[in-house]
Ligand binder design. Structure first.
Ligand code: ADP
Length: 263
């Protein structure tokens, strides 16, 4: 049962405090176990879908003696596409598994402006191809304790989504500024937006608002959970809000690092 490991202690002494800590730990472990079980079941489901398509397509080719070459080409193309999907999913699953490991290593002060500019540079061709413009408004000299790869991944996933879920002629704005003792990074877009009732769920693994659209855009539903896990590992927070009159705004905050060499 859920409370089978609870320890009962009275009084305000040291022992009862230990009992409380034990109970809290047990509770957390149960949740972790539940999360892990759900993750495995979600992951299996996501892998089963493309695998089933691949099997169906190969069977169609093999069992149809007089199938014409054009159809074979089409089916093999579909098989290739599904394989790529499997590859994307497994790569992201591996990233998430690494995130589950212990505390981050090799962190250093990372320049938010430099990394955001780099992401913009890398996604500019994709944005241009779908007629979306990217604008930057970045305060200089903002450093956070992170790894460059992790910060790059966070900003990349958010900006890639802002471009992917946008409309022709749309805009993406990336800002970074200090606020008290935190660095605040926002990625805003004028895109399709996220319904209010989905906002809380988009950080869940494999969650997609519009499955067809996400699939067409090459989505796996893992990008935002990677953003959230990675940010949390470095003391960060992430939230999504609807933007008026349209689009979405993602806000990421990190503790600013001060007086550490390069600052
Ligand atoms: P995906 O690989 O599907 O893009 P993500 O975890 O990155 O997975 O995002 C989860 C879902 O949240 C997406 O499928 C999409 O429906 C929605 N989403 C994410 N970013 C945006 C955005 N900027 N605008 C609108 N919808 C978004």
């Amino acid at each position: 049962g859920e409370y089978s490991h609870r320890v009962q202690m009275g009084g305000g002494d040291e022992l009862s405090q230990m009992a409380e800590e034990f109970n809290e730990l047990t509770g957390r472990l149960q949740t972790t176990e539940e999360v892990r079980r759900r993750f495995v079941s979600d992951a299996s489901h996501e892998l089963k879908t493309p695998l089933a398509s691949i099997r169906l397509l190969t069977d169609s080719i093999l069992q149809n003696g007089d199938i014409d070459p054009g159809t074979v080409r089409e089916f093999v193309g579909d098989i290739g596409e599904e394989s790529e999907r499997l590859q994307r999913i497994t790569e992201k699953l591996l990233t998430l598994t690494r995130l589950d490991a212990a505390a981050p290593v090799n962190t250093e002060p990372v320049d938010v402006e430099e990394v955001a500019r780099r992401v913009e540079h890398m996604l500019e061709p994709l944005a241009r191809a779908v007629d979306v413009s990217i604008t930057l408004d970045l305060a200089p000299g903002l450093y956070i304790r992170c790894t460059r790869d992790d910060l790059y991944q966070i900003i990349f996933n958010l900006v890639e989504n802002a471009v992917k879920y946008n409309l022709p002629g749309g805009r993406v704005l990336i800002t970074a500024r200090p606020e008290l003792d935190r660095a605040v990074l926002t990625v805003e877009d004028t895109g399709v937006g996220i319904p209010q009732e989905d906002l809380a769920k988009i950080f869940d693994r494999f969650y997609r608002v519009d499955k067809a659209r996400s699939r067409a855009a090459g989505g796996t539903g893992l990008g935002l959970s990677i953003v959230q896990d990675t940010a949390r590992r470095h003391g960060g927070t992430v939230k999504a809000q609807r933007r008026e009159p349209e689009g979405t705004c993602f806000t990421v905050t990190f503790p600013l690092c001060r007086g550490e060499g390069s600052v």
